[in-house]
Design a protein around this ligand. Structure first.
Ligand SMILES: NC(=O)c1ccc[n+]([C@@H]2O[C@H](COP(=O)([O-])OP(=O)(O)OC[C@H]3O[C@@H](n4cnc5c(N)ncnc54)[C@H](O)[C@@H]3O)[C@@H](O)[C@H]2O)c1
Length: 337
């Protein structure tokens, strides 16, 4: 009797699909259609087929089940039968019960994943972003949980005021997630508008909102702040000069805050994400910067935003009670390369 290949599900990793005789041509076909080279496909190895399809803007409904059936001789096996499942978020019920948590950048990517997890763990989430429509979608998606959408620009004083007003007297935690990328330009190519935009959001946005929130936390004698940095906060080869300098500044702000407000019971930490599957994309990239970075890029898997939310919510919650001033790389190990 010939041995049957193991069953694949939509939640099996792409690495598992690629090792499967019927799964491999399906995944390669999708990659080819998306114009992905071998290296790009390898970067997605820890993601599931479902993650890949969900990230594709024009994927028709039901495509995951259709591909799973195609790979399994017409059957759609359950996850219990399937092999090589991708990491999946595990909710800790009630971890944020009674807490008000501000999350910036909540309409997309990592911020959205943080807002969603915090709300599903019982928190009242003040979800802040420029994108009003996508915030409304988030609220609808999380019906039954407490989401207060605030359309605001964190770079303006009025924006910070609107966020604090929506939060009310009690603010338990603040996740500064909103950020913008640069165009990978090395310093001799950096244009002032890009430099100003990147610093306005990534640095001054954090300063303005945190400054507005701190008095409430100081009065309460407690609070947790998480600033999202980047691999570019740890090295010089991850992005252009503007983004790299801005994310190094995020680390400086994190350390200063951790030191200054420890006597008030306020903890400030930072998460440094590696490559994450979000809407963030550089445009009009510098040819020289891109070429230098490609030569250095670590061959590591891309993460889903929920994997970043797992680290960020840990630092926002009481589970990290004794952690203050930490810069936590959440990058699959990229920072050790
Ligand atoms: N995606 C990655 O690979 C990656 C890697 C390292 C670090 N990061 C960092 O993670 C954070 C989140 O990025 P993401 O990948 O989820 O990006 P994203 O583009 O998917 O989401 C960022 C969100 O921030 C919002 N935003 C931008 N400027 C704003 C402003 N002035 N006021 C309010 N909201 C604003 C955007 O509208 C967007 O919804 C950023 O700080 C980014 O630098 C991302």
């Amino acid at each position: 009797m010939t041995e049957q290949p193991p069953a694949l599900s939509g939640n099996s990793t792409l690495a598992t699909w690629l090792q499967h005789p019927a799964g491999e041509p399906i995944v390669r076909g999708i990659a080819e259609q998306a114009g992905m080279d071998e290296r790009a496909l390898a970067g997605l190895r820890n993601l599931s087929l479902r993650h890949l399809v969900e990230a594709s803007p024009n994927a028709p409904e039901g495509l995951v089940d259709q591909l799973v059936a195609q790979a399994n001789g017409g059957r759609v096996p359950s996850d219990d039968e399937a092999t090589g499942l991708a990491w999946a978020e595990q909710i800790t019920p009630g971890r944020f019960a009674g807490r008000t948590v501000i999350v910036t950048g909540a309409a997309s990517g990592i911020g959205r994943a943080v807002a969603s997890r915090t709300a599903r763990e019982g928190g009242r989430v003040i979800a802040v972003d420029l994108a009003a429509e996508r915030l409304e979608e988030l609220r609808e998606e999380l019906a039954g949980h407490e989401i207060v959408p605030v359309t605001a620009d964190i770079t303006s004083a009025e924006g910070a005021e609107a966020v604090v007003a929506a939060a009310g007297e009690r603010i338990d935690a603040l996740a500064n997630v909103a950020g913008v990328m640069d165009d990978f330009a090395p310093l001799h190519e950096v244009q002032d508008p890009m430099l100003e935009k990147v610093f306005a959001v990534n640095v001054f946005g954090i300063v303005r909102l945190t400054r507005a929130v701190l008095p409430r936390m100081m009065d309460a004698g407690r609070g947790a702040i998480v600033n999202v940095a980047s691999e570019a906060a740890l090295r010089g080869s991850s992005s252009g000069a503007a983004y790299t300098a801005s994310k190094h500044a995020v680390v400086g702000l994190t350390k200063s805050n951790a030191f200054m407000y420890e006597p008030y019971g306020i903890r400030t930490n930072s998460v440094a994400p590696g490559g994450t599957l979000t809407g963030m994309r550089p445009t009009n990239t510098s040819e020289y910067g891109q070429q230098r970075m490609d030569a250095q890029r670590a061959d590591l898997p891309i993460a889903v935003p929920q994997a970043l939310a797992a680290s960020i919510t840990f630092l926002l919650s009481d589970d990290s009670v004794n952690v203050n001033g930490a810069i936590l790389p959440c990058d699959g190990g990229e920072s050790v390369y």
